[in-house]
Design a protein around this ligand. Structure first.
Ligand SMILES: Nc1ncnc2c1ncn2[C@@H]1O[C@H](COP(=O)(O)OP(=O)(O)OP(=O)(O)O)[C@@H](O)[C@H]1O
Ligand SMILES: [Mg+2]
Ligand SMILES: [Zn+2]
Length: 289
C-alpha cells in the first residue's frame, strides 16, 4: 500500500470531519446518519472515490453550519479590521503629523462667530474629500487663530479614512529631502520628493515662515525656492490638492520667493480657496481680561 492509498483507505472507514464520516465509501451525516452527496468524486485505482461532503439538511447539521458560517464571517471581518488599522497606523506614521496636533480634532475646536466660517469650510472640505478632490484651501490670519488646529483636524479625519496625508512646515517638509543627502539615508532624494508630490493631500503649515534666500548667495535662486516650486508645480500638474496655513498676506509670496514666487502664487490661487481666520489669539486667551 503506498502512502496515498493508505491515507485514502483510512478516510473510507473513519470519521473524517465534524460533520460527516465516510462509511463504506459513502459520506454520511454525523448527526442524522443520512447519506450525503460527496463534494467531488475522483477516480482512484480504477474506482470512483468520494471526497468531502455537501451540507446535510437535518436541523442539527443546519445549526452547525449557521454557527460555522457566522464564525468564519466574524474572523474575516476581524482580519479585515486588523489590516485596516495597520494601514491607518502606517499612514499616521508617514503623515509626519506631530503628536502635539493629534488631539486637535473638529470636536475639540470651539466654534465662535469669528471662526465659524473657517470651521465650516474645513469641515465641509474633510466631509467631501475623495480621491478625486483637486482643490484646496488657504487658511490665513494672525497668530493663534486656530489655522493649524483646523488643518490638523482635516488631516486626521482623512488619515482615519485611509487617505495619505503629509503635514509639515516648508522647512520640515524639505528636511525630508535634505535628510536623504546624508550617506546613511536609505531613501533617495527622488523617493522623498515622490512622497511629497504623490500623497493625496499635502498640508503646508505656516507658509512664509521659512528662510528662502541663501544669505551667502542672495542673488542665486535658492535650493528652497527651487524645491518648493518643484513640489507645488508637480502636484498642480497632477491635480493633487494642498491645504495651506499662513500668517502672511498670500499676495506677498513673490517678495519671499523672488524668482518663482509669481508662478507659485498663481498656481496656488487657481486651485485653493482663501479662508480668512479672525478672532482672538487662542494661545493668550486666558491672559486677557
Ligand atoms: N476654536 C478653537 N477651539 C479650541 N482651541 C483652539 C481654537 N483655536 C485655536 N485653538 C488652540 O489654540 C492654539 C493655537 O491655535 P493654532 O496653533 O491652530 O493657531 P494658528 O492660527 O495656527 O497660529 P500660528 O499662526 O501662530 O501658527 C492651539 O493649541 C489650538 O488647538
Ligand atoms: Mg499655526
Ligand atoms: Zn444530517
Amino acid at each position: 500500500m503506498d502512502g496515498l492509498e493508505k491515507a485514502l483507505s483510512h478516510l473510507s472507514t473513519e470519521k473524517t470531519c465534524k460533520t460527516h464520516s465516510i462509511v463504506d465509501g459513502t459520506p454520511r451525516c454525523n448527526w442524522c446518519g443520512a447519506e450525503i452527496e460527496p463534494m467531488v468524486k475522483l477516480m482512484f485505482k480504477g474506482r470512483e472515490k468520494p471526497f468531502g461532503a455537501k451540507r446535510c439538511s437535518c436541523p442539527e447539521a443546519q445549526a452547525y453550519w449557521i454557527e460555522s458560517d457566522r464564525k468564519l464571517e466574524a474572523d474575516k471581518a476581524a482580519r479585515e479590521e486588523y489590516d485596516r488599522r495597520m494601514v491607518i497606523d502606517q499612514l499616521f506614521k508617514q503623515s509626519l503629523l506631530p503628536s502635539r496636533w493629534r488631539d486637535r480634532t473638529f470636536d475639540a475646536f470651539e466654534v465662535t462667530d469669528e471662526n465659524r466660517q473657517a470651521y465650516n469650510s474645513a469641515k465641509a472640505y474633510a466631509d467631501n474629500f475623495s480621491r478625486e478632490t483637486k482643490d484646496g484651501l488657504i487658511l490665513s490670519g494672525k497668530v493663534g487663530r486656530g489655522k493649524t488646529h483646523l488643518v490638523a483636524a482635516v488631516g486626521m479625519e482623512l488619515l482615519s479614512r485611509g487617505h495619505s496625508v503629509i503635514f509639515g512646515t516648508v522647512t520640515g517638509l524639505l528636511s525630508q529631502i535634505r535628510n536623504t543627502y546624508s550617506g546613511s539615508s536609505r531613501e533617495t532624494e527622488q523617493m522623498a520628493l515622490k512622497r511629497l508630490t504623490g500623497c493625496q493631500l499635502l498640508i503646508i503649515d505656516d507658509l512664509g515662515k521659512e528662510k528662502v534666500i541663501d544669505p551667502k548667495t542672495p542673488s542665486e535662486i535658492s535650493w528652497v525656492e527651487q524645491t518648493v516650486y518643484e513640489i507645488i508645480n508637480t502636484r498642480y500638474d497632477d491635480n493633487k490638492p494642498f491645504l495651506i496655513t499662513t500668517n502672511m498676506n498670500i499676495f506677498d509670496l513673490p517678495k519671499k520667493y523672488p524668482n518663482n514666487g509669481d508662478a507659485i502664487l498663481s498656481r496656488l490661487l487657481e486651485v485653493c480657496r482663501g479662508v480668512p481666520m479672525d478672532g482672538p489669539d487662542w494661545r493668550t486667551r486666558g491672559m486677557r481680561k
